[in-house]
Design a protein around this ligand. Structure first.
Ligand SMILES: *[C@@H]1O[C@H](CO)[C@@H](O)[C@H](O)[C@H]1NC(C)=O
Ligand SMILES: *[C@@H]1O[C@H](CO)[C@@H](O)[C@H](O)[C@H]1NC(C)=O
Ligand SMILES: *[C@@H]1O[C@H](CO)[C@@H](O)[C@H](O)[C@H]1NC(C)=O
Ligand SMILES: *[C@@H]1O[C@H](CO)[C@@H](O)[C@H](O)[C@H]1NC(C)=O
Ligand SMILES: [Zn+2]
Length: 465
């Protein structure tokens, strides 16, 4: 055993020297700096998990989502919720609390329904997809063509004219299967269909429709489009395999109204030494117009608030500014984050680290990072301080959509890793309620968020990029 240990140490030192050489950063100095801040990490963890802040982010989120429910971009309700947040952040003693303007889409669902008329009468649980046009008032009644893939639709394109295409696509993973939601209507319109229905993009269904944004492509006829349940899509697939004729009537009053003004919600703890340099923590405050938007992304927004709140409650002030940004209109295509980038891109060199949580706030396991090896090494060292709550995993490839504006321009970024296997079960459905959240899990997530953000913001140097 001893020789192996020595060998590993030599290897590690060689790697460290390499980092110093390449990036001009003294990684050992930074490691030392981080080690000396471990007592701060412990204080944050203790306050969040066992101390006065126990259950706080959950209780705040419950108050908020019970009061406002879901918060779709363009709605007055979202603006009321933002006003409320600005008040709460101010009351919590955070600094520079304000909204920053962003123009956002305004899609309104209206009344909607879908009924299978043949081979038997069966009302379908459905939700129109965001940006879909409506049907004529009497609805669209047409025969159904069920396919499983885009390829199959192409092969059967001569049968699609005048029909409602139903996609019974397989669940593979969200990133893969969501293509049917995004592009299903366009592909169906290209072969002459009059409407399209997708099987909801979820790993588990209890007859639940799961909505989401869809994209019409230019120069393709816009046709109404909605999601139905996994159960109904599979049933219609079986019927079609038996050669049964299926007829559906789809009625949607959906409308795309002119864009309206919304706001990103901002709060800070100003830095003591380099106040112009920023570590940003974020989640989005808007949601779909179903459920309570408690998981997507109430959790991410509220642990980002909580990260600052914990640090304020401990009377800590890092060297750099900690900024929480609660994005607006993420669901329609990161409109708030896009405006924020336009408004702040000249300061890109002052953005030290950007963080986003938008994939659940279940039990945290660590953080996924975009950044160079030296940054990875530094974050790995910081994550060791999360050993008491077993959230020390550091992976490469962060997945925040809103922070992509920054990370794609070289700003190091991180997204929360958590045990979110069940995320798709609730995603964009009426099941996304406060019942999905757990106070202890949110405390753990808040601690991870606060420790990483604080330590990065309090280092002598910005992260290498
Ligand atoms: C936090 O919630 C748990 C139940 O989830 C409860 O047992 C505990 O007493 C709560 N703590 C505080 C400080 O209210
Ligand atoms: C939730 O709202 C109630 C009633 O307004 C208030 O008393 C309580 O302090 C709030 N809790 C949190 C954690 O904000
Ligand atoms: C759409 O159609 C117009 C008019 O025919 C054409 O000028 C334009 O290039 C088309 N755009 C795309 C993306 O195909
Ligand atoms: C970064 O690390 C990876 C894997 O550890 C290695 O393959 C790569 O060469 C390193 N790049 C630099 C610039 O050190
Ligand atoms: Zn989200």
């Amino acid at each position: 055993m001893p020789p192996i240990v020595v060998y590993l140490n030599v290897m590690t030192s060689a790697l460290l020297l390499l980092n110093v050489g390449i990036n001009g950063f003294d990684i050992n100095k930074i490691k030392n700096e981080i080690y000396n801040k471990r007592y701060i990490a412990n204080k944050i963890i203790h306050l969040s998990i066992h101390g006065a802040a126990q259950n706080q982010s959950y209780n705040r989120l419950a108050n908020f989502t019970d009061k406002f429910g879901n918060r779709i971009a363009g709605s007055q309700n979202l603006e009321n919720a933002i006003d409320n947040m600005l008040g709460e952040l101010t009351k919590d003693g955070l600094e520079n609390v304000h909204g920053e303007k962003a123009m956002v889409p305004h899609w309104v669902r209206g009344e909607e329904s879908a009924v299978m008329l043949k081979p038997r009468y069966h009302p379908l649980s459905m939700l129109g997809l965001g940006s879909s046009i409506g049907t004529p008032p009497e609805g669209i009644k047409a025969e159904v063509l069920v396919v499983r893939t885009f390829d199959e639709l192409k092969r059967k394109s001569d049968q699609a004219k005048g029909k409602i295409v139903v996609y019974n696509q397989k669940w593979i993973d969200y990133g893969t299967s969501v293509a049917y939601r995004q592009n299903g209507a366009t592909a169906a319109a290209r072969v002459g269909a009059v409407a399209s229905l997708i099987r909801s993009v979820t790993a588990l269904s209890i007859n639940s429709p799961h909505t989401g944004w869809q994209d019409y492509q230019v120069n393709v006829t816009k046709i109404p489009t909605a999601c139905i349940t996994v159960e109904d899509a599979e049933m219609m697939w079986r019927m079609s395999q038996r050669g049964e004729k299926i007829v559906v009537r789809l009625k949607m009053n959906a409308e795309n109204l002119p864009q309206v003004e919304s706001r990103n919600t901002v709060a800070e703890i100003r830095g003591s030494t380099y106040p112009d340099e920023v570590v940003l923590v974020s989640g989005h405050l808007d949601s779909w117009d179903v459920g309570q938007g408690a998981m997507d992304d109430g959790g991410g927004a509220f642990i980002s608030w909580q990260a600052l709140s914990l640090i304020r409650q401990l009377n800590l002030r890092p060297k750099r500014t900690l900024r929480a940004v609660l994005w607006t209109a993420e669901e329609e295509g990161t409109f708030g984050a896009g405006s924020y980038w336009q408004q702040h891109k000249e300061e890109v060199h002052k953005f030290d680290f950007v963080m986003e949580s938008d994939e659940g706030t279940f039990t945290p396991t660590g953080i996924a990072i975009t950044g160079n090896n030296a940054t990875m090494e530094i974050i790995r060292e910081i994550s060791k301080l999360l050993e008491p709550i077993k959230a020390t995993q550091v992976l490469s490839g962060q997945r925040g959509e809103d922070i992509l504006y920054w990370t794609s321009r070289g700003v190091p970024g991180g997204s929360l890793l958590n045990k979110n296997d069940r995320y798709s079960y609730f995603h964009h459905s009426n099941g996304d309620t406060m019942t999905v959240q757990n106070p202890h899990e949110m405390d753990l997530c808040s601690a991870v968020w606060a420790v990483i953000a604080f330590i990065v913001a309090d280092l002598e140097d910005m992260l290498p990029r």
